[in-house]
Design a protein around this ligand. Structure first.
Ligand SMILES: [Zn+2]
Length: 81
């Protein structure tokens, strides 16, 4: 799966979360598997490119690289209080 597609899925998920919770997402924590084929740097490049000029470009993203586990996972979402 290419990163652009992954970023699109994440943004759709966050938009659904905002609707569901009636809150704004300010930060997400993610884990990336080191053996999953997506590097942190490459993911962030695609994220930046895809969200340029949208409200998502300022989202705070914390990425933890893990040895084993799912290729990519959102482990935590923080909302604007
Ligand atoms: Zn790429």
């Amino acid at each position: 799966m290419h990163e652009t597609h992954i970023v699109g899925n994440i943004l759709r998920y966050l938009e659904d979360e905002e609707k569901r919770s009636s809150k704004s997402v300010k930060k997400i924590c993610m884990s990336l598997s080191q053996f999953g084929g997506i590097s942190k740097g490459h993911f962030l490049e695609h994220y930046k490119e895809k969200t340029l000029g949208t409200k998502w470009e300022t989202l705070d993203i914390e990425i933890k690289e893990i040895t084993f586990g799912p290729e990519i996972e959102i482990t935590r979402i923080e909302y604007v209080i």
